[in-house]
Each structure stands twice: as structure tokens, then as C-alpha cells.
Design a protein around this ligand. Structure first.
Ligand code: SF4
Length: 370
């Protein structure tokens, strides 16, 4: 576990370094709507872009406005200052406008040979599924042309199976956190999810097997209250550690660097491109999907109930319009359903926010009578 913890908040991990030294290619993406199975089927390592609480943005600020979310500005900073020079290309998605601005400015400066814009529909309808299936076909073609790999149906199916293995193990890990008392903390879970988002599926499964073997016999963790965390894209392990340092256990999450990246991946089509379209578009629990608020709310309530939480923290990065707007309805609906809520707006990676966040969580615990 110690090795894992020291690696997982590095951008260029030993795993990725080793992959590159062996001649492997790496593609960066940011949104969980990106079908990583396709990238893996092309023999390329999918790397989910992270900033790991990196607070500097001076280079990013030259290209993005101050009212763009700091997570995107921090990722752009690392792209421009050379930290991400090990990438062989980028896949942009229209998750939100801040992310798009990040990718387009990054490519404008760095000019990767491979840059692909995967357009993800905002609706789940038959015509959107057809459109997304075509988009996935275009990505498949682009990967084949650039990386010289035959992305056959068989290779895609194998990659889908390998990711299903990962998701099954992650669910076992989540069950250990939901246990009363828990065997794993919220910070450990986020480290693992982040680490796995830059590994090939089979290797991540092997790592999870080691962690599960250790954690299944671990001593239970003490805590004062069980909380759930949900909201905008954040890879801030430090934030979870700060929250847990108050005695609150993050027993469940609905984060996109968390359960939203893997909880439901179902689809029934026999055609692999269509199957990927179904698995992604139908299971995207993000406010970038129009007219699906009730589905997201129910997913959150279902998670809160299963984990038996005492309350929820709805968090979002300053200027994140998607999650900021949704936090209003979520707070009302969760409280109506008997789940007390703390809404936490924060600046991504800001150490100056630490004291304020801990004070607010402590006050929330007092409100919960813990
Ligand atoms: S919050 Fe939504 S748009 Fe942003 S990365 Fe996650 S899934 Fe994509």
C-alpha cells in the first residue's frame, strides 16, 4: 500500500515511465465519456489527465480566463510546462466548455501529431446513440491510422472484458469501504481509482487483487460519521484526506474520479462500437447530460442509502457551472430524502482553502450530532 500511495499522486508514474521505456504510446483524455477500451484495443495506454492538486496556473492563465475552473487551468499548466510531454496525443471531448478550452489551447501550443475530438451527445436517445456509435467508429479509424494497429471487434471485446474485471474488483473495494466498520478509507479509494486511470486494465486488476487481499483482513478504521461526497471533477486526494482528518469517513462517492467512472457499464448490442456507445452514453451520471437530472439524483440517493451515510458533501470547483447549478436542486432533494447536505464550493488545489474546509466539515459534523 505504501508503494501505491507514493506513486499515485505522481503525474509520470513508474508504471507509465516503464511503459514508455518499452516503446509504448500514451494518449491523454479527461472525461469519463471516453471509451478507453478502444484505446487499449489499439495497444495504446489510456491516460486520464490529472493535476493532483497542483495549484499553479500562471501558464494556463495566459490561455484561459480566470473564470475558467482551476482544475482545467492546472491541467493546462502541466501540459504547457512540459510535465505531460510523455503523452503521444490527446483526445478531446465536449464534457464542458472549460475542458474544451483546456484541450484546444494545449493542442494549439504543443501540436501533438494525434489530436482527436470525440463528440459526445448530450441526450440519450436512439438518434444520439446512432451518432455516438459513428463517432466511436471515427475514433477507432483514427487510432488505426495513427498507431498502425488493427482495432478488430475481437480486440475491443477483449478490452471490454478486461475492464469488466476491473469494475468488479473496484466494487469489492467499495464494499469494503461501505462496511460497518470500514476497512478502507475514502482517500485510499481515490488514490486507487486515480492510479488505475493510467494503467492497462489487466495490470490494474492485478494491483487491485493485491490491495483487496491486504484490505480484506485489515483492522477496521475508526470514524465519527459516514459521509458521501459528490460533485464536479476532482482528483484531490488531499481534499479527501483533509475531510477525513476531522473524523468523517468518506464511505461513498458519486465523483467522476470515483464511482461515476465505473459503477454502471451495461449495454446489449452485439456490435462493439454500438455496445461502447450504449455503455458510455446510457451510464454517464454527469450534469452535462441534458434532461437526466432525476436519473442522477436517484443514483446518488441509491448510493447514499446503500452506504448508510449520515450526510453528504456536494462539492464543486469555483466556476464549474454544470455542477454549481445542479448543487442547488441536489441539496433540496437530498435533504427532502433525509440526507443532510453540506454544499462546499472550493478552489481546485488551493492550500489556502484547507482551514476553511476543515472548519466547515467540523461544523457539519456538529450539525449531524457527531
Ligand atoms: S464532470 Fe462530467 S464532463 Fe466533467 S469529466 Fe466528469 S463526466 Fe466528464
Amino acid at each position: 500500500m505504501r508503494t501505491l500511495q507514493s506513486q499515485s499522486t505522481d503525474i509520470y508514474t513508474d508504471y507509465v515511465r516503464d511503459w514508455k521505456e518499452k516503446g509504448g504510446k500514451v494518449l491523454g483524455y479527461a472525461c469519463v465519456a471516453t471509451p478507453v477500451e478502444l484505446i487499449e484495443a489499439a495497444g495504446v495506454l489510456p491516460y486520464r489527465i490529472k493535476a493532483f492538486g497542483h495549484p499553479d496556473t500562471e501558464l494556463g492563465d495566459a490561455y484561459l480566463a480566470r473564470f475558467n475552473c482551476r482544475f482545467c487551468r492546472s491541467c493546462l499548466q502541466l501540459g504547457l510546462d512540459g510535465t505531460y510531454d510523455f503523452l503521444d496525443g490527446l483526445i478531446e471531448t465536449n464534457g464542458c466548455d472549460h475542458l474544451r478550452g483546456m484541450f484546444e489551447n494545449w493542442q494549439y501550443v504543443k501540436k501533438y501529431e494525434f489530436f482527436h475530438y470525440l463528440k459526445v451527445p448530450h441526450f440519450l436517445r436512439e438518434d444520439s446513440l446512432e451518432y455516438f456509435t459513428e463517432e466511436i467508429g471515427l475514433l477507432r479509424q483514427a487510432l488505426e491510422e495513427r498507431f498502425g494497429a488493427q482495432v478488430t471487434d475481437e480486440r475491443i471485446r477483449k478490452a471490454i472484458d478486461a475492464y469488466d474485471e476491473v469494475f468488479a474488483r473496484l466494487k469489492r473495494l467499495y464494499a469494503l469501504r461501505e462496511k460497518v466498520p470500514p476497512a478502507v478509507s475514502g482517500a485510499e479509494v481515490m488514490r486507487l481509482v486515480c492510479t488505475g486511470s493510467s494503467m492497462m486494465a489487466g495490470d490494474f486488476s492485478a494491483l487491485l487483487d493485491e490491495v483487496l487481499a491486504e484490505k480484506e483482513n485489515a483492522a477496521p478504521l475508526p470514524y465519527k460519521a459516514r459521509l458521501m461526497i459528490l460533485g464536479s471533477a476532482t482528483d484531490e486526494v488531499d481534499l479527501i484526506e483533509d475531510i477525513e482528518s476531522t473524523g468523517a469517513l468518506i464511505a461513498a462517492d458519486a465523483l467522476c474520479y470515483g464511482s461515476r467512472s465505473f459503477w454502471r457499464r451495461e449495454g446489449e448490442s452485439g456490435d462493439p462500437a454500438r455496445l461502447l456507445a450504449e455503455r458510455y452514453l446510457a451510464n454517464l451520471f454527469c450534469p452535462r447530460m441534458f434532461t437526466e437530472y432525476e436519473k442522477r439524483r436517484d443514483y446518488i440517493l441509491e448510493t447514499a442509502k446503500r452506504a448508510g451515510v449520515d450526510g453528504a458533501i456536494v462539492t464543486y470547483n469555483k466556476f464549474c457551472d454544470l455542477h454549481g447549478v445542479e448543487s442547488v436542486s441536489l441539496r433540496m432533494d437530498l435533504e427532502k430524502a433525509g440526507v443532510p447536505v453540506l454544499v462546499l464550493e472550493k478552489d481546485y488545489g488551493s492550500k489556502a482553502d484547507t482551514g476553511r474546509i476543515k472548519t466547515r466539515v467540523q461544523a457539519f459534523l456538529e450539525r449531524l450530532g457527531k
